[in-house]
Design a protein around this ligand. Sequence first.
Ligand code: ADP
Length: 894
Amino acid sequence: MNFNHNHLLKTLVDTAPSGICILNSDGFIAELANEKFLQIAGRREEDLIGKSYWETFSEVREQYEDILCHVVSNNKAYHADQVPMILMRNGKQELIYVTFVYAPMVDLDGKVHKVAIWVQENTKEVMEREKDTAFNNAMKIDRDRLHDYFLQAPVGISVMTGENLLIEFVNPNYQAMLPGRSLVGRPFFESLPEIVDTDIAQALTDVFKTGLPVSFRDRLVAISKEEDGPTIDRYFDFSYVPRFDSNAQVDGVFNFAFEVTAFVHSRRKARQESNNMAQILDMLPASVVVIRGFDLVVEMINDSNLAYWKKTREEVIGKPFLEILPDLADQPFASQLRQVMETGEVIDVKESPVIFTNADGSIRETYVDYTYQPLSDLDGNRNGVLVMSFEITDRVHARKLLEQYANELTATNELLAQSESRFKFLIQEAPVAIGVLQGKTLIVETANDKILEVWGKTREIVGLPLASALPELDGQPFLEILDDVFATKEPFYANEIPALLEHGGKLKQLFFNVVYQPIFDQHDNVSDIVIVAVDVTEQVNSRKSLEISEQHFRKLSDLVPVKISNALPNGEVTFFNQGWLDFSGLSFEDLRDFGYFQMIHPDEIENFQQGLLQASKTGVPFISEMRFKNKDGQYIWHINVASPVLDAQGELIMWVGSTTDIQSIKEEEQRKNDFIGMVSHELKTPLTSLNGYLQILQLKLKQDDGLAFAEYALERSLKQVRLMTSLTNGFLNVSRLESGKMHIEKSTFDLRGLFKETSDEYRILFPNNKITAKLSDEEIPVYADRQKIAQVFNNLIGNAVKYSRAASDIWVTLEQIGTKARVMVSDQGIGIKQEDLSRLFERYYRVGNTTVSGFGIGLYLSMEIIERHGGKIWAESELGKGSKFFFELDIYQN
Ligand code: ADP
């Protein structure tokens, strides 16, 4: 390249309208740059020319070095349009936008020997535009991010657009829930015709209309997996969430869905199983207990078994068998249990005696039929035993008794006459009811005193058929059962069987444990039946009355306005009354599982636990104020009394909790405290200035110019005294009102006249505010307490001034509406939130965070005054726009 070329180039470069820099192609040394380029680059010529371009612009090297190399090797220009770039301009880091070109320049041989960089700065335009589009961009970024999220989300997501809910997008998870179905590009209801005409369809359409999301949990949707496949019951958690366009109109709906069919099934099954299990166990007439491990720990037990052991559930669950029943240690059960676990064999024993020692040291001899069955854990290891037993003590006793008599009978066979009477004597003396019925007609052949007593009959019935001896048995099952014993030759046993028997002319319900034992003749036919009966009426009744009294207790506890709970010493809750269920919004089971402690405010748990510990030691109830969370998630203050109930030995047997809502008392207390704080503050202010004026006055009076100031100070002082008088009057009125001593002295006067009179005072009191009055043309007579109504005016106008900007306008209108006089005081002040409006008239109520001083009694007094006149007072307001206060009184009609 000769000089001319270079010169030409330089002229071109210098006069070009854009920034230009020329680099040589090896090493990218800057050879030439025009003023414009330097300006955009923010560099001095001497820092650029003759130097490596990338050393100069090291801050963008990483971004553009490769590109530039590419331009050289491929001989192809590179354009960048309005790209952002962070450059060090004049030593300062700046974000700029540039449009630039790397243009290769070839020599005569066609080789790229230089690169021209053309550059224009667009920072300003971009920024302007950016401002407008920043929002859109942010949206776009959000959308992109959303899109990624949608694709990867672990739930099914679909996006539906437009009123016909065209499916615009589904993520892989969504598609997987409906494999083979074509979704995207089709209207939702066309893809899922099963949904049409269901309430789900309605809910979806409503989302579009209302813009409110809906969600469903564990919702049954009968839907096939593939299109046209068979419909099956599937369960989903899903929601429809509206999507809004820039005009806040719903333009689409997101559907988030998660299939929970498997969970629902397994949950249901588990619930069913455990429920079934517990129900079956308790329904069984047998005693059942599950024992685990070599220590023979009781894992599960039913009611019947507990009754047999005479233990409570908490005395046994989780405890070793021999610890629960140490007196069984020298009986064979423990070793049999271990044997079953070791060998896996089943042990089946009939009529085994089991001997317990009662608490008073006496012996309780019982008989049981029992089986021990081995149980395995999930891994198949034998580690438990299912024990099932039937107590047959009564049966065995009855049989033994019978056997005894039968033996007696045989032994004395030879001495028949004697033995007969002896047998009868034995029967007669027996402590249980015994009778012998003879033949199919059931003639009462023998009846001891005891049986006559329970039958309520005299010896006269001996010799009669049972049906005529006890005519009340007609319609009861006994005669039939006895016939059956004849026919089947099988004895009959029953416990706690109810019978209606006539005692002294009255039918009485009694309960018996009975045995009907057939007696055979030499042909092996039934000749007689021996009845052995034990009257258990008292036990049954006392158990029943216990059940009834428990029921009564529960009813009662549901009716009291207190929350009551009952818990075992280990904290397991056995009862929550209706008050708790209503408060928590949960069922008993859910509340028990969710846990009492979950409802307690976290700050109070520790103190509560310590209190319980203390109470369980001392037996003194623990009383505390604490917060419990209600169904809306709000913590409500309660006074909670946790009373430990101890047995005679001082052992804790249960907890009774009674919990009373004291939220409103707390709030009232708080307001009162605030009030007292405020009163002290408010009264101090005028007192302080009074004090100040009086001190200065004293000082000044000693000086010459005292008198001029005295007038001023006295005026001020009087003003403060007046203020304080009106403050104390306010309190006085409240206390009068509360003690029922507020006096209303009525007279007939003109409301308009009263207003006119008082308005002069307002002009002096509030010289800065323009008070415009629109009064009715005529007089408005009312029969009321003039002074008190004036006080209401004062309060309303005083508030209108207080809660407005200085010097704002206030309007007062006084008009006649039918038979009422209506006064309105309206201002352009700070206004009142809707939720505060109804509470303004409460005593001590002040809208939160107002900086204006006051006590919150003005409106309360005003309301009381107006209501005592049979009138009405209310407010309307819009926050920030001003308030209107109204009151109405009857017009006086003469
Ligand atoms: P006080 O003004 O002494 O607080 P009031 O009983 O007169 O007591 O008023 C109760 C509350 O009602 C005030 O604290 C204030 O928050 C609100 N209030 C009363 N009048 C107005 C009004 N004109 N504009 C806005 N808020 C008002």
